[in-house]
Design a protein around this ligand. Structure first.
Ligand SMILES: *[C@@H]1O[C@H](CO)[C@@H](O)[C@H](O)[C@H]1NC(C)=O
Length: 229
């Protein structure tokens, strides 16, 4: 019995490790910072390597090639010299911009570069509606899935998930159909309530802040205007 338990535990651990290995590597960088992405480390020294980038729309292009003699050929315009390859074949990108977003590949190893931006803040009156954008970075991080969460301080709760096959599962009780996932992965919320205020994550990335103006808030503003007069 004990052996069976340890075997089951072993299988679970192995499947978790396999899952982690199957996941494409992800590198998250704030706009303006630099990023280093690693090539396949099994390649012999002095190999010819090529770095390519696949954008969110699926277009793939060669960024830079390192030839066997160590010379670097840039296949894209790089006037500001932002792209460098070191002798371990890693690519370093200086001053990362939104245009650098995509899945990079070298020697068969893929890394998705996620560019983090300051999340926009939305202010909506109670009862109104709002569209929160997932954005290209978070869409890329989802690798075909979409997961929306609301975060309030230390607690977070899942709103809805979409799997790569397109099945949408709501995790919240939503009798009024207040939540809707749009084709571009945006979250549309109607009949906004004060409890909707907070931070929103799409695929684990903080993509929006929501402030909700309640009736009491409106009275408070009116009162402060009158008391000032
Ligand atoms: C890394 O390179 C080795 C040797 O060329 C190759 O066998 C392996 O498949 C490569 N890894 C990936 C993820 O492509």
């Amino acid at each position: 019995m004990k052996t069976l338990h340890s075997m089951v535990l072993m299988l679970i651990i192995l499947s978790v490790i396999k899952e982690a290995l199957n996941d494409p590597f992800i590198s998250k960088v704030s706009k303006g910072e630099s990023a280093t992405l690693y090539c396949n480390t099994s390649l012999p020294a002095g190999s010819q390597v090529q770095w390519t980038r696949r954008g969110v729309s699926g277009d793939k292009r060669v960024i830079v090639t390192r030839q066997e003699d160590g010379s670097i050929v840039k296949e894209i315009g790089d006037l500001q010299n932002r792209f460098q390859i070191d002798n371990r074949f890693s690519i370093r990108i200086e001053r990362v911009d939104l245009g650098d977003l995509g899945t990079y590949e070298c020697g068969g190893r893929e890394t998705s570069l996620i560019v983090l931006l300051d999340p926009p803040s939305h202010t909506v009156s109670e009862g109104g509606s709002v569209t929160l954008h997932c954005g290209d970075s978070a869409v890329l991080a989802g690798a075909g899935s979409v997961r929306w969460k609301q975060v309030n301080g230390d607690t977070s709760h899942s709103i809805l998930n979409k799997d790569p096959a397109g099945n949408i599962v709501k995790s919240v009780n939503d009798p009024d159909h207040r939540y809707e996932l749009r084709p571009d992965s945006s979250l549309y919320i109607r009949k906004v309530k004060s409890a909707d205020a907070g931070k929103y994550q799409c695929n684990g990335i903080h993509v929006a802040d929501l402030k909700v103006l309640t009736g009491e808030w409106f009275v408070f503003v009116l009162l402060s205007i009158f008391t000032n007069i």
